[in-house]
Design a protein around this ligand. Structure first.
Ligand code: SAH
Length: 381
């Protein structure tokens, strides 16, 4: 076990701070077993060998205390006071170091951290994203205005200690909001995005793109999902709630055709870019509500062999699930980040002709109470 987290009392980000890792896994597994007991015998949880510093997306909020002393870290639980964090047990160490270095450079560049109360100052947040397999790093400086003094020298100074930084982007957020990123990105160094690899495919990560924060475990999760789909190369597959297309793109190599559906327009744009980047021709993406889209497929009596679904924590909805039943695919693979809503949706599907074959929990977020589960269902004969 690493030393106890010195920020635990103030930060409140980790629900399982002070709990041994094996005990954390035991608790999560028991919770999933309890929720799914009526459907299947749950497989052992897939934990991490090293549960520390797994976050490859790290965000720090910047601010001032006292007479202009800069702090950078996270908001204290239920408040807008910032806890100054040197290094966090679950964040990538290099990302934390970069955030420290940004903080250290502010004074000599005469850059002021933003003060929420007075609205004075420039730098609001720093976001660091790191590719797991590529090691490429993107630094996003979230500013109130688009102008960063001596920006080229600032980048140079930052890259001197961290040559892995392959791109630096200014994101402009001038709104009074709790959202970290604004809409406008200005590339000040590099391409404005990084790339990473997962399960042999390459994915683009832009400042605003959704990308799993724990890539090591994501690979295990996706591998399991694809394995559960039992693809032979002949299937028509739906990747519902597809985000930036990751699961569908990986699956497309083993399927005849994949159709991805996702509500978020930006995510769909990234998904199309990702498919092109991997030279994949048998995948299409649709920007729509997954439920609505499935209803339209069901009305047209489309032929669908496998449905892979990865809904948000709130789970799926009746429109979607009833259309799955109508489309009657051989297999459904349910990737869930909310075991409660998973249990609710499984209840529906198992009443309507599907049976659960296996369920495997994954610990994607050590030290937090979240658990992901991959479930394989098949049509009852
Ligand atoms: N499968 C992806 C993303 C999973 S996160 C991955 O592994 O990276 C869940 C996704 O569901 C998000 O991208 C979110 O935008 C999308 N989503 C939420 N509600 C939706 C809806 N009603 N219809 C379609 N997509 C939805």
């Amino acid at each position: 076990m690493e030393n106890k987290c010195i920020y635990a009392k103030k930060c409140g980000g980790c629900d399982y701070q002070g709990v041994d890792y094996p005990k954390q896994l035991e608790t999560k597994e028991a919770n999933v077993k309890k929720l799914l007991k009526d459907f299947v015998k749950v497989s052992p949880i897939v934990g991490m060998d090293n549960p520390y510093h797994y976050r490859h997306k790290v965000h720090a909020v910047f601010g001032c205390v006292g007479r202009g002393q800069v702090v950078a870290g996270v908001y204290k639980k239920n408040s807008h006071d910032i806890v100054d964090i040197e290094n966090c047990q679950i964040e990538d160490k290099e990302a934390d170091k970069i955030i420290r270095d940004v903080k250290g450079l502010l004074k000599s560049f005469k850059i002021k951290a933003y003060d929420e109360d007075t609205g004075y100052g420039l730098l609001r947040h720093v976001l660091v994203r790191k590719g797991y397999h590529t090691g490429e790093i993107m630094v996003v400086l979230v500013l109130v205005s688009p102008i960063l003094p001596s920006k080229n020298n600032f980048v140079k100074a930052l890259r001197k200690n961290h040559p892995n930084i392959s791109t630096v982007v200014i994101n402009v957020n001038d709104k009074k909001t709790s959202m970290v990123l604004g809409e406008r990105n200005i590339v000040v160094y590099g391409k404005g995005f990084i790339e990473d690899k997962l399960c042999g495919c390459t994915f683009r990560i832009s400042p605003n793109s959704f990308y799993q924060v724990n890539p090591a475990q994501t690979e295990h999760l996706y591998e399991k999902a694809i394995q559960c789909a039992k693809l032979s190369g002949k299937e028509i597959v739906i990747d519902a709630y597809c985000g930036t297309g990751t699961i569908g793109i990986i699956a497309s190599k083993h399927a005849k055709e994949v159709l991805g559906v996702e509500l978020n327009k930006d995510a769909i744009r990234d998904a199309i870019t990702n498919a092109k980047r991997n030279d994949i021709k048998n995948i299409r993406f649709v920007n729509d509500d997954a439920g609505k889209y499935m209803v339209s497929l069901a009305e047209k009596k489309e032929n669908v062999d496998v449905v892979i679904m990865d809904p948000p924590r709130s789970g799926s909805d009746e429109a979607f699930l009833s259309s799955v039943v109508k489309l009657s695919p051989k297999r459904v693979v349910y990737v869930s980040c909310g075991p409660d809503t998973l249990a609710r949706d499984l209840k529906y599907l198992t009443k309507k002709g599907y049976q659960v074959e296996e369920a495997t929990p994954f610990d994607m977020f050590p030290f937090t109470s979240h658990t992901e589960v991959v479930v394989a269902l098949s049509k009852k004969r």
